[in-house]
Design a protein around this ligand. Structure first.
Ligand code: MN
Length: 268
């Protein structure tokens, strides 16, 4: 089912799995060190090598790619090879890749997020940002999310993450590219397969909630009710809504190449 990943040319350096080499895998998330999705993921990956968990000490969903520069970061080993950090998902990957661990991880796997990370959500996602950080620091990286709001069943997604991680270590990923995987929250028998997809387009309500606190001060809460998604063929949202696991290759270059010629005409 996951063979389609194989169309990606192996450009990113990877460490081949051999009897002698032990693969070191960094697992992180944005839902926090105690999230069930993180446990399911690290458990599934433990069959591939040595797993190190470095994750935020609390939920940091929608932290984006933020890096903490203005205060120190405290790390606590909560159990063997499991570390909590009072920072963002990006902080966790940055620390883990730059010397906090006894080894430099060979790969980063982020998730399993409680909720999909598709379309424009990707730009807010701490889950995806952790994989971005891994990619920036030169190791193959995967983000995986379970597209549901409740009744999360992580096992299927965890197995898929492990299968994909094994394939990525074998084949590598294109340069500066990560895989963003979204799994429908369906029973094994109801998942229809996998699709290689493009980033879709979510449709949000623009409502904010304005209320008054018990001391009479006004406060706001960003609502952002999800109304749906644009029907874009081959998109991540479309694939998941049709019961497919969505695999989107994302790259770090945000340039809109098509608009460069038009902007040159402006004669800045
Ligand atoms: Mn999250």
């Amino acid at each position: 089912m996951v063979q389609a990943v194989g169309v990606l040319p192996p450009l990113c350096p990877t460490k081949k799995l051999t009897a002698k080499s032990l693969l070191n895998i960094l697992v992180t998330n944005d839902d926090g060190i105690f999230s069930e999705g993180l446990k399911a993921l690290s458990g599934a990956l433990s069959g591939l090598g040595e797993v190190y968990v470095v994750a935020p000490d609390r939920e940091r969903s929608a932290a984006g790619h933020s890096l903490t520069l203005h205060h120190p970061l405290r790390v606590e080993e909560v159990s063997k090879n499991n570390f909590s950090v009072d920072g963002t998902p990006t902080d966790c990957v940055n620390l883990a890749m730059n010397g906090m661990l006894p080894v430099r991880p060979d790969m980063v796997v982020s998730g399993i997020n409680k909720g999909g990370n598709m379309g424009d959500d990707i730009t807010y996602s701490g889950t995806v940002a952790a994989a971005l950080e891994g990619t920036l620091l030169g190791v193959p990286s995967i983000a995986i999310s379970l597209a549901a709001k409740k009744d999360f069943v992580f096992e299927r997604a965890a197995r898929f993450a492990a299968d994909t991680a094994a394939m990525v270590m074998e084949r590598g990923l294109p340069k500066d590219t990560l895989l963003n995987i979204n799994v429908p929250n369906l029973a094994e028998s109801e998942i229809r397969g996998c699709r290689i997809t493009r980033q879709g387009k979510r449709v949000y309500g623009d409502a904010i909630v304005e209320k008054v606190d018990p001391r009479g001060r006004k406060y706001f809460w960003i609502g952002g009710d999800l109304l749906g998604f644009e029907p874009i063929e081959d998109s991540d949202c479309q694939a998941v809504s049709e019961g497919y696991i969505s695999i989107t290759p994302l790259h770090l270059d945000l340039t809109n190449y098509e608009s460069m010629d038009e902007l040159k005409e402006w004669k800045f």
